[in-house]
Write a protein that binds this ligand. Structure first.
Ligand SMILES: Nc1ncnc2c1ncn2[C@@H]1O[C@H](COP(=O)(O)OP(=O)(O)OP(=O)(O)O)[C@@H](O)[C@H]1O
Ligand SMILES: [Mg+2]
Length: 526
């Protein structure tokens, strides 16, 4: 080999080192250049992984070679190459079996490799892998000078180092970008609003929060839809030692099953089609802080098994990787379901349930919080007053009575939405902007008695139908079935009132559209 030819082949490869090329392309160009300079029928680049050699790129070998794994102990030629200090050519009469016999692209009647050489690739003083060269006639490499092979091997080592470094820099950049995003969100996080209310139920709740916040215990928040479970989670995080760290939330019900796993635990490049880079999951993003698993009861059993490992020892694996990551995360979970019931029915793992409910916190439904309804109404009215620039916004006595006697199936969220809606309607009805706006029972327009609601007896002085109290339900069917029945009838009623428009029925019930869909499916309405 003349030095000029070698240099001409090496220079473009050296240029390649500083270019942003896909990894496969980088290796392919290297092997092609090598074949152009060294007279071989096939070349390969193999990476060592423990006891195995894995082909990363091949040129002149059948494509299926890329899918093969070679155990080093089973292939004495590979073993000898890995142990040699530099390039090694096997004598043509060497009787060691050749791993590539039958794999070299060539005339169909010539299958056996007759001349074979290779060189170890040293990266960081460790044998990283091999380049190999093969020919189908026995004397092909007789004239090849070993220093040229060494030059290619060194360049191959530089190439894999560069590819590795570019890859790890790229994933570090992505990691840092995500981390910066988390801190940006954490810095912008408003302190959660206060949990308004004076009822014994609310006082017990505040006390629970104060007791558990400072510990690192896992908390399971239960309660009907709209009671304030998310707000409670925020309050616990804010009052904890992790308050200055991010609070990361994930709604386990809002994502398709296939995405939940990668959202929670992250994935590595190629873990599934579309996984173009490594990505951390919410657990890793929440490292040092708190992870809020909303609607945890919706997780599938296989994902619960993975969750159990993190809850037990803080260890997780990104999807498609066997590397362990360790995280320090406090978990707060919430559900509107009766998880103990789900455990009985085999829908939820008992071990995960026990890990989650180390400290259970129940948020009472609004109808059990007595006059908190009026305090909350005051809080929401004040928000509306400020937003709309009114001097005063008040409730008439009959409006207060109506709020107090309604059953609030959608709880605090329903109250919040109802008041915002009522204020706008009252303003529109008045035509001009008053200094002080009074909301009457008519303005708040609570759901009327209908097929689902118990009929309120009409008396002489209450001409208008009264707001909802409780539906007439046969209590002998058991609490669970009675509640289901109640919910079913409320939904049907809301649908009827909203012309079977699911989105506005959901708004009317103070529910998220997705929550209403899920509930309707469970109750057999959809
Ligand atoms: N005690 C409270 N004081 C003030 N605002 C409250 C209170 N409880 C709930 N809210 C407000 O009511 C709304 C619903 O609360 P949140 O989203 O926390 O309920 P949730 O239980 O998580 O509901 P879902 O089950 O539908 O997810 C939010 O706007 C929240 O800020
Ligand atoms: Mg919620």
């Amino acid at each position: 080999m003349n030095t000029g030819g070698l240099l001409a082949a090496l220079v473009p490869l050296v240029d390649d080192l500083s270019r942003d090329l896909p990894e496969g392309e980088r290796y392919r160009r290297l092997l092609q250049a090598m074949r152009a300079v060294l007279p071989c029928d096939a070349a390969a680049l193999l990476q060592r992984e423990g006891e195995w050699l894995l082909p990363l790129a091949v040129d002149g070998l059948s494509t299926d070679t890329l899918g093969r794994r070679f155990r080093i102990d089973d292939h004495p030629r590979f073993k000898a190459l890995l142990e040699a200090d530099g390039p090694l050519r096997f004598p043509p009469d060497c009787d060691l079996p050749d791993p590539y016999d039958g794999l070299v692209d060539g005339p169909p009647d010539v299958l056996e490799v007759h001349d074979c050489m290779g060189c170890v690739l040293m990266v960081g003083e460790q044998p990283w892998g091999l380049v190999t060269l093969d020919a189908l006639d026995p004397e092909r490499f007789a004239t090849v000078d070993l220093p040229s092979v060494q030059a290619f091997a060194s360049l191959a080592a530089a190439t894999v180092t560069v590819a590795d470094r570019i890859h790890s820099l790229a994933s570090r950049v992505e990691d840092e970008r995500q981390r910066a995003e988390v801190y940006r969100l954490a810095a912008g996080q408003q302190p959660p609003r206060d949990l308004i209310g004076n009822s014994p139920a609310n006082q017990r709740l505040l006390q629970d929060i104060a007791v558990v916040a400072d510990s690192d215990l896992t908390v399971l928040i239960t309660g009907e839809t709209g009671v304030g479970k998310e707000l409670v989670a925020q309050a616990i995080h804010a009052a904890s030692r992790r308050g200055g760290q991010p609070l990361i939330s994930i709604n386990c019900a809002a994502l398709p099953e296939t995405l939940v796993e990668s959202e929670l635990f992250g994935h590595v490049r190629g873990a599934f089609s579309g996984a173009v880079g490594d990505r951390r999951g919410k657990f890793e993003l929440a490292d040092g802080g708190t992870l809020f698993l909303d609607e945890v009861g919706e997780l599938s059993l296989p994902i619960q098994a993975k969750l159990l490992r993190v809850l037990q020892n803080g260890q997780l694996q990104r999807l498609g990787s066997d590397r362990e990551h360790r995280v320090n995360v406090r978990v707060i979970a919430a559900t509107h379901r009766d998880l103990a019931d789900d455990v009985q029915e085999g829908r939820f793992r008992a071990d995960v349930f026990h890990r989650l409910s180390v400290f259970p916190v129940h948020v009472a439904p609004l109808r059990d919080r007595q006059r908190d309804v009026l305090m909350l109404a005051g809080f929401f009215l004040e928000e509306n007053r400020v937003r709309l620039g009114l001097s005063g916004l008040r409730l008439t006595a009959d409006a207060q009575a109506a709020l107090l006697s309604y059953a609030w199936p959608g709880n605090v969220r329903e109250l919040e939405h109802l008041l915002s809606r009522s204020v706008l309607k009252a303003l529109a009805r008045q035509g001009r902007r008053p200094r002080i706006l009074s909301l009457s029972e008519v303005d708040i327009d609570l759901p009327r008695t209908g097929p689902v609601m118990a009929q309120e007896e009409e008396t002489a002085d209450t001409a208008a139908p009264a707001p909802v109290r409780a539906p007439a339900i046969d209590p002998s069917i058991g609490l669970r079935a009675a509640v289901d029945d109640y919910e079913r009838r409320l939904i049907l009623d809301a649908l009827a009132r909203h012309g079977h428009n699911w989105a506005s029925a959901a708004r009317g019930l103070g529910l998220d559209r997705a929550n209403l869909n899920r509930l309707a499916k469970r109750l057999g309405i959809k």
